[in-house]
Structures are given as structure tokens and as C-alpha cells.
Design a protein around this ligand. Sequence first.
Ligand code: Z57
Length: 832
Amino acid sequence: MDARYKSRDIERRSLDVDGLKRSFLEWLVYSVGKDARAATRRDWFHTVALAVRDRVVDRWMDTTRSYYHEDAKRVYYLSLEFLIGRLLTNSLSNLGIMDECRQALDRLGLSMEDVVDAEPDAALGNGGLGRLAACFLDSMASQGLPGYGYGIRYEFGLFEQRFENGWQVEYPEQWLQFGNPWEFARPEVLYPVQFYGRVEEFRDSVGERAYRWVDADRVLAMAYDTPVVGYGGDTINTLRLWSARATRDFNFGHFNDGAYMKAVEQKILSENLSRVLYPNDATETGKELRLKQEYFFTSASLQDILRRYLQHHTSFDNLPNKAAIQLNDTHPAIGIAELMRLLVDQHALRWDNAWEITRATFAYTNHTLLPEALEAWPVRMIERVLPRHMQIIYEINAKFLNRTKAKAAGDNARLSRLSLIDERGERRVRMGNLAFLGSHKVNGVSALHTDLMKQTVFNDFHEEFPDRINNKTNGITPRRWLKQANPALSELITTRIGQGWISDLSQISALREKADDVVFREEFRRAKRKNKKRLAAYIARQTGEEVLVDSIFDVQVKRMHEYKRQLLNVLHTIALYNEMRDNPTVSWVPVTKIFAGKAAPSYHMAKLIIKLINDVAKVVNHDPSVHDNLKVVLLPNYNVTAAEIIIPAADLSEQISTAGMEASGTGNMKLALNGALTIGTLDGANVEIREHVGPDNIFIFGMTADEVNDLRATGGFNPREVIASNPSLKRALDMISTGAFSPDDRNRYHPIVQALTDGGDHFLVTADFADYCQAQDAAMQLYRDQEEWTRKAILNTANMGWFSSDRTVNEYAEEVWDVHPVHPNHEGEGYR
Ligand code: Z57
């Protein structure tokens, strides 16, 4: 137990083993309503979670009270996604009471693992963007930064993925079905949010033109708070998620019987707003409900932020000194128009004053350059759903373009690129341009991505505002991704360098010198082997496949997307399979190809790639001529919990996106930190990972972003030629196209073969194939030398300190937010 962590009320909230045990029994009986004989694992999970939550509340209130009393500047992280995962191990570990809890459960005859496994995975996000938000919450709380997360309490998180006959099938993910012990409902924290209606113009008290939004539909946003436990338990921040509630403002006089039922129906339907997370990662569908979700949570959050600010202030001039609002992608960018509306329409500020305050308050993070992911809402839709906001966006645009016109001297092409409205085809609002213009800082998520932002999507804006774009390379929390997910390696590290690395990951560089220590290497290998055994058991349970623990665990885990090029990995798998069959007497290094990842339900190509991986697995895994030298597994339902088992067991980390397309990647960081060697392109944060781990300790291959750009610009790429000149690639593609993996439907993979050939191979899979195979060969040869492999693996772990999200968040705090740590006062008597 952490000595700093004292509880005020020893009777009810003691942290020793006996106290915990007594507390568990009390919660079980009086809150869960069961006795120890009748309790299921799930009952015990709820019991333990409630008892742990109890031990967080005092410190949570202290933290909130300290922020209030110091009138500290807060940062508000607005995100449509928070991919949290399970919280029990995280809370216990950050409170420093893991061992006490394990012993208390032991005395009750229960296994900690069973209790932990009964917790559903909170999957309120799709992938990298949502998990980044969760890592930032952990890092802000762990460093005492006054940070709040704001998002939506989706009733259904990301769908559950199952394979039926090798195809992805989606099932609803009912994480709230049995209740959520971590959250506190706040039925009194309720804000109205409007949609539709129309705008009325009138003259205000001093005769100025003014506007009000009338005849609108209303829903209420109700708050649910989840405490965010920082490492050491000193700071407990808040994640506030909004749930849609119907209003009760019927006009009863208006209805006869039939209309009454219709009205009630409408009310019920309005609660659909927070029902489900859209399952697209880095692709936009342009659905009206999605726009409404974005506005719903953004408006509620801004109302809440202003209410908190007004507790201490009467004018808005100080808002930028008391609140920093970070937009996680453009999803909350409508907040710029909303803050203008609140300041101008509701609080009667002058436009220019309101604009200055708005810009100084907001900052925007861009997470992708993919054109299909850049939000552009039809003007017609915004006009209908948010009529006042459309006016405000026009006004922002007119003022900006007028100012720029004077300088741009007739360069109309440039002006139309800078415009908030895309006038080509159906008129649309470019949310990226709105976010850029309404923010004082705009950042990319890796050095390369930020450079490309300046050269491409925001090139004109960058020329206009050269100081606005800055880089904040992503990071990951070492608490969840090393300490909790990999206890074997964590304990080894701590025995050698102490536990300082947990809150200051730069200290992990002290392991560098251990790379040459044979005893340490042996222990490092033993930890990896333990994790591989754990994963092998998981694979057997999930897929029925037995894999060799001593094979290379070659891991590609991430969303299924063409630009991430799972296909490149599959083609190499088939080529390797052929080589092994052709040369059965060679002593091969055994390889296990491990894939996991979900496809967006409407992304047909990604779903076809899933089926292909499963089909290839079926053929390869049942072919006795390759023995155990090659196995292929695609694990179902990849989520945070699965990642925590897979990542610590990886030997090789696949980060093979087409250069220039992966904004950063964060899985790449998790895998390298856990001692996997990266095979990757010079894309996203891979570039910086190479700089940190050293070029000798990473397998880099393929075209650079510049080469990709040049090749596409000159149109000089012909996949047919590349395929014809590479027999192993040709053979692999021929097998796919002639039905070697789909004898039941020989044309099944026609769309894939088509995309890689006549389709022009937009993602340059064939262009990078040969170089990728060479890098794979190099990895296999190195693996034969276990001492050398382990040395490089250790150097990966030792050199990943910079990729802690603590570092990332500190850079934001200093360079974007201007927020500073607050040390909560835990000495007071609180409310008792
Ligand atoms: C998403 O997960 C990312 C970008 C998006 O625009 C959307 Br929508 C979802 C990812 C990037 O693809 C990753 O490269 C990046 O590491 C991650 O966001 C966090 O920045």
C-alpha cells in the first residue's frame, strides 16, 4: 500500500486486507443484495468495484474542491470517443492496493483474475483516437493536471465482432446491461440542447440587430461522472459523459388523445441521440444523427464549462485564462459556432470580443489526412438542424474572407480553398477549416503528420497563420500498457531500476546498459515467454488453434483498413507458406501470424480481407506439409482487454501502412515498449520510433511519403509490371484469384485482386512487397540468434521512454493549454 494514501474513515474505507474483506462482504450483502453462497463472479466484480469506488470518493471531492478554491485553469478534452477498457485493475493499481485486494479476495476463496474478468470492456471508441483520449485522461490525473473529459455515454459501445463461417458479424455490445459500478448519475446536472426550428431577428435594448433561435425541438443532456484515478491516488479527475433524456415540456392543451401518444413517441425517440457509437474509424458517413450527436455533447459540455466559469467570474474576458478547450478531431468543432452563439445571443457580447475569446479558448488536434475522413457537412443539413449555427458560420467566413481578400489580390482559387464552405458540388461546411480558424493552436499527432498537414490540407491556412500549427507526437500511458498489461516484465524492470519509471518513463533508459547483461537477457526472455504462453492459451480458447510458443509471434492488431495494409501481411504469409512447402527440408524459423481487428460494418473491402485471412488460416493451419512452421490466427473481437493480452506477447510488431497515411499510430508504441521489434514503413510515429530505438533495432522497409507522393503524381506506377517481375508475388495473387483459399467460391476475392491490379493498387501494396519480404527475412534470420534478438528487444523497451503520454500531455499543458499541476489538499475534514 502506498504510504501517502490515507483514508479518513478507517472503519468504512480502510485499505488493509482485513478492512477490504469486511467491506466486500458489506457491499455484497447490502448493495448487491446477495450472500456469499449465491454470489456469481459478476456479483463479486460489482461488489469489489463499489468498494474500490468508495475509496476514491473523498480524494475525488478534495481534488474538485482544490480546483474550485484555487480557481485553477482547467483543460476540457472534448472527444466523441473514450476507449477506456476495464477499470478495476487500473483503479487498484493506481491506488496502490492491488496486493491487498488480491489477498482479501483470497481469504474469501476468490481469485482476483476471475473477478477482474467479469468486468465488461468499456468500448466507447473505435480505435486510436478514442484510446488516445483515454491515455490522456490517465496522464492528466497522474500528473495532477486539472483535466476533464467530456463525451457521450453511449448505451451501446463498439459492436462485438464474431466470425461466422469466417465472415465478420456484428453484435450489439451491451456494456451497461448489468449496471456500471464506476459511474455516478447526476440527474440534477441537466442542460437543454435544441435542434431544428428557425431564427428570428430582432432589435436588442440598444437597437442593435440580434437573433434568437425559436420553435426548436429540445432534448436534455444528463451528466454521468466517472472518477479518473491518477497514479498514486492523489488526483482524481472527472470524465463527464452525457446521456440524452426527453424533456417533459408538453403543450397539453394542444393534444387530443392520438396526438398525445405521438408526442410521447417523439419524446422517447429523442433519447436515441446517445444510444450508439458510430462504428467508423477514420471514415465519415455523413448521417444526420451523427451531426446531432456531435452538437449534443458539445453544447452540453460548453454550457457546463460556462456555468463553472461563472461561479467565479462576471465577465467573459478571463475565459481563456480559466478554460482551455481541446477539440479531439473536428467532431466537436461545431463548438466554435456554439460558443459564439452562447456569448453573442445569450450573453450579449459584441461579435469581435466573442470571437477573440473563442479563438483564445479553443485548440484543435487533427488526426488524419485521409480525404474520406475529413468532415464536411452539407450546408442544407446544418441549415435545417442548426439554423443559427449556419448563420454564425457564414458570418465567421465572410469576416475572414473579407480580411484575406485585401491581401490575396484576386487569387480566387486560394480564397475558395480557404473558405469554410466547399462550393464544388453540393455546398458543404469544411469542419477542419472551421476548427483551424476558431483555434489559437492546431496540432498534428506525429512529426511527419504535422509536416504533411502544413504541405497539404492546411497549406493555405499555414501560410496565412504560420505560428498556429504545432506538433504533439502521441504517447501511451505506461501504467496500463506496461505496469498492468505486463506484470512479468514490469516486475523485472522494477527489480533492476526501481519503480520511478511508472510515473517518469524516461527513467526506463537505465535499462540500456542491461542489454549486454546475459543474465538480464535470460530473464527478459523468460518474461516474454510467460506472456507468450498466456497468449497461446487465449488463442486456443478463442480459435481452437494450438500455436508454438517458440515461434515468432508476428502481430498485426489494429482496425481493418486498406491503408494499414493487412493485405501486404497476408501476401507475405502466402509467399512464406509457398516457400516452406517448396523447401520442406530447410530448417525454418517457425512463425505465428497473429491478426486482430474490426472492420466498419459497411466497409466491404475490409470485411472481405477478414474473410481472406480466415480462409488463408484454414488452408495453412491444416496443411501437414508445413508442420508447425507456420500458423495463422485472426482473433475475434479485438478490444482494449484483448490488446492487454496480445501486446506483451509480441515478438514482431507490424506497422506497415502506406507511407503518409497513418497519422501517428499508438499500437506501434505499445508493442515496442513491451519489447517487440517493429517491422514498419517510415510512416507516422514510426519515424520517431526509429530515431529513439536506433536504426539497427527496427526493420524499416518500403517507400517514403515523398516517394509515394512522387509516384502518384507522375502516374508512373503499373502494378501489373511489378507483379509480372516478382514470381512469388505473382504466385500468391494467382492463388487468391483462382480460389486456392476459397474452393467453395472461386470468385470470392475478385474485388481484392482487382484492386491490386487493374484498380491501380492505390495503397501500393505490390510496390512495397519485395522490400517487405526482405525485411521479413531479416527478422526471421535475426530470430535464430536469440541473444541478439533479445538485446535489440531490450533496447526497444529501454528507448521508448519518450513515448509516454505523460510527455505528450505535458507538452500540451505548456505549449497549448497553459495549465499547471494542482496539488489537492487531502488534509481537510471534507463534509464530515
Ligand atoms: C482515428 O482512430 C484516427 C484518426 C481519425 O481521423 C479517426 Br476519425 C479515428 C487515428 C489515426 O488513424 C492514428 O494514426 C492515430 O494514432 C490516432 O488517431 C490517434 O491520434
